[in-house]
Design a protein around this ligand. Sequence first.
Ligand code: NAG
Ligand code: NAG
Ligand code: NAG
Ligand code: NAG
Ligand code: NAG
Length: 222
Amino acid sequence: MKLSLLHLLCVVWTMMGTMILLLDCELSGRALGCTEDERIGLLNLKAAFKFPNPSWHADHQDCCRWKEIKCSNVANTMRVTELHLNDTIEQMPFYLDASWSLNASLFLPLDELQVLDLSLNGLAGFTNTLRLKNLRSLNLSGNDLKQVPNLDGLPSLTKIFLSFNRLEDLNHLKGLKLETLDLSGNYQSFSQDELSIIWNMTSLKYLSINWNELNDSIFEGK
Ligand SMILES: *[C@@H]1O[C@H](CO)[C@@H](O)[C@H](O)[C@H]1NC(C)=O
Ligand SMILES: *[C@@H]1O[C@H](CO)[C@@H](O)[C@H](O)[C@H]1NC(C)=O
Ligand SMILES: *[C@@H]1O[C@H](CO)[C@@H](O)[C@H](O)[C@H]1NC(C)=O
Ligand SMILES: *[C@@H]1O[C@H](CO)[C@@H](O)[C@H](O)[C@H]1NC(C)=O
Ligand SMILES: *[C@@H]1O[C@H](CO)[C@@H](O)[C@H](O)[C@H]1NC(C)=O
């Protein structure tokens, strides 16, 4: 009797062990974190922004747990789908020209990115073209842009926020199928030609263009 009870316990114990083992395999098979390429890509971005975010650390394998990042399950793998790098560049003393260009190729490993917030970073533009086939929303508000950057590499883009820059040149908005466009606070008097880029955007549902130097003449010929 005693022997068989012990035997039974033994069997249950083994089964539980196996189950835990199976569970373990299942979880690791489903990839707990982001991909290695994404993790390295994020560390390169961190270096470009020179910011000491302690949660972004090479030793923390699962970058989905890092701050300002959101991952989603894409084809059974956790991938980085949101990245908030707003107000991230380290503060420069006011007497230095703080504006800088970001190497857009640094985003290439994050090719499932849907939402990217780069607002409030003193960005004057990009070197190389942003290429993110799934990006839907891009926030570039509060930077130092004089022209809309080349957005040709963002075929899924529907929302762009460009408020509080120094935009003079809207040409790269031409032909985009945007739904949301925020151009407020650029203190510009955009020419009729540039405004016609906006009027021609039939997909547009939301436009913010306040705090610019516009008057009723923008409606001429409308
Ligand atoms: C960035 O924006 C998010 C909201 O979109 C906000 O919760 C967060 O605090 C901001 N981060 C910084 C550093 O300002
Ligand atoms: C931009 O980033 C890419 C990818 O990391 C790199 O290969 C390239 O050398 C960088 N270009 C510049 C000008 O730093
Ligand atoms: C874009 O960034 C600005 C400045 O950080 C912020 O106020 C605004 O809420 C952001 N917009 C979206 C849609 O996240
Ligand atoms: C806007 O559309 C009109 C009429 O189709 C066209 O003549 C004009 O060139 C377009 N403007 C821009 C900036 O695409
Ligand atoms: C309205 O704006 C246009 C274009 O900037 C300018 O030429 C014109 O003088 C302005 N009209 C008034 C009444 O301010």
